[in-house]
Write a new protein. Structure first.
Length: 148
């Protein structure tokens, strides 16, 4: 077992525990790019590259500040149905994004074709509020702000 801490690791810039890469499975990459540009103003590349797994047809990269990731273009039968989406089923990993205003973000979600699953909800203990939505490919996503 290594005794190195993140301070001694040249590959980490003190960001252990923070999201450093996010993969979002989609069936329609153009729709996903439009959705995430409209809601979070993400920079999304139109160009794709192949993926080594057969179930993933293509990879389209995106970025927003320190968040980097990719839309994984998949066949519909290879998607996990998450709790709260149509045909509710298993819970997958849930990414939660920091936003300035949950209500405004949820309006953007609905305008871009997503659906609000959990409206703004106070967490308690002065820890702000959260909400959850499903994007246009059925992925459950979370948002958080400091207000209650």
């Amino acid at each position: 077992m290594s005794t190195d801490t993140h301070e001694n690791n040249p590959h980490c810039d003190g960001k252990f525990g923070q999201i450093c890469w996010l993969e979002i499975p989609v069936t329609d990459v153009r729709r996903a790019i439009a959705f995430y540009r409209a809601v979070f103003d993400w920079c999304c590349k139109d160009e794709s590259m192949p993926h080594p797994l057969d179930s993933i047809q293509a990879v389209h990269f995106f970025m927003n500040g320190t968040l980097n990731g990719a839309f994984l273009v998949m066949f519909p039968e290879d998607l996990v149905k998450t709790a709260g989406s149509k045909g509710s089923g298993r819970q997958s990993a849930l990414a939660t994004y920091c936003v300035a205003d949950i209500e405004e973000t949820l309006r953007k979600v609905e305008k871009a074709g997503g659906a609000v699953i959990v409206p703004k909800t106070a967490i308690g203990g002065d820890m702000g509020s959260f909400a959850r939505f499903v994007d246009t490919d059925g992925n459950l996503q979370g948002i958080w702000d400091q207000t209650m």
